[in-house]
Design a protein around this ligand. Sequence first.
Ligand code: DC
Length: 241
Amino acid sequence: MNVGAPQPSAALPATIAIDGPAASGKSTIGHALAQRLGYLYFDTGVVYRAVTWLALTRGVPISDEVAVAQLALTVPIDVVAPADACDGRLATVLAGGEDVTWAVRQPQVDANVSVVSAYPRVRDALKMHQRRIGHAGRVVMVGRDIGTVIMPDADLKIYLDASPAERARRRCEEGRERGLPVSYEEILAAMRRRDAFDSGRRTAPLRAAPDAQVVDSTDLSAPEVLQQIMGLIVAWQEARD
Ligand code: DC
């Protein structure tokens, strides 16, 4: 049997959640998997970015949790397939009807999004947007709390992990490729601090859902991780037979 090839005649998991710590390979693998299956790639960080962008452009103070959450509740936010755009986007992000795909990557959004994403009211308001997109199906959702909080009913839940040393090595390599001065020791220390913060926070702490399939990518290449996940999809199909 070819383990890496899902049966074309059998149903596929309609919603696939991929969670995991920083630099575990979630985005690379999530995007590759979505492409392989012809699914929407939904990097859920973009909804937090869209609200941050809305607050910045509408003059809502980032420090005002209630006002920022009100934006998340009242302004339509959507993530859709990139259609014919050939500018390298992996999905199109819409906020208030405007295409904000690239605007949400601006440094000002980078600088404010972690404050916004830590607000419990904002997280709660953004649940409905994420669930609406997820429940439409044929979607790979990548984040930190998808399997545990946002889509506990996802058909297939994957928790992608890797050792802190390997994740720091990957971040170092990315930095060097972009010509940035990076220190492995500093990146590793920052990675450990962020892991402790993400796992220890009260709202949506980073952890694997009890029924998630844990994939450790420490010693695997991206194609090997993808192959392992295709194997999980085959197992999912077989369990439904
Ligand atoms: O992955 P990113 O940099 O685009 O994420 C933006 C922010 O949102 C970052 O502060 C992490 C946070 N985030 C989150 O809290 N939960 C998610 N499911 C995705 C991202």
